[in-house]
Ligand binder design. Sequence first.
Ligand code: NI
Length: 188
Amino acid sequence: MIYPIYVYGTSVLRKKAEEIDQNYEGLDQLIEDMYETMKHSDGIGLAAPQIGKSIRLFIIDGSETSTEEGEEDLRNFKKAFINPLILEESGDFWSFNEGCLSIPAIREDVERQERIRIQYYDPEFNFRDEVYEGVKARIIQHEYDHLEGILFTDKINPLRKRLINGKLNAIARGKVDAEYKIKFSVKK
Ligand code: NI
């Protein structure tokens, strides 16, 4: 099943998402649907709040990316992260042009640290403790932020933010062309 994507302005994107446990109903199906939704909308990562579910789950699938998007080969990077916790971020801050399915048609440079250590559960609820760097770390940091109610546009410089403010407000009113179905907050 393909879900509509909740876009900028919807309240679910601003909530801190809740942890889930092994008994969460329909978890395997949900993860499968998230992969399908993401593929359909041509994304590389998708967090549950982006489909209106305020739970601590995100997926990443780099299998269809070209190497142009980073110096690393992301094509074998396909994973679901459940109840993730970033324990540590380290290394230099570096800039990368980010986009987000919840903020269609906007890309901006965002500074993040180059390395992370993350603990999470995989879909079989095995505990994982891993280190990532570069573009992989970047994608995880972006998706992780969604679980904290943070969007990449919160992290860009104030001048850029002012310049795109009109576009962001338009997205909140549903005035944006996306190749996929969206849910927006209706404002009077
Ligand atoms: Ni995003």
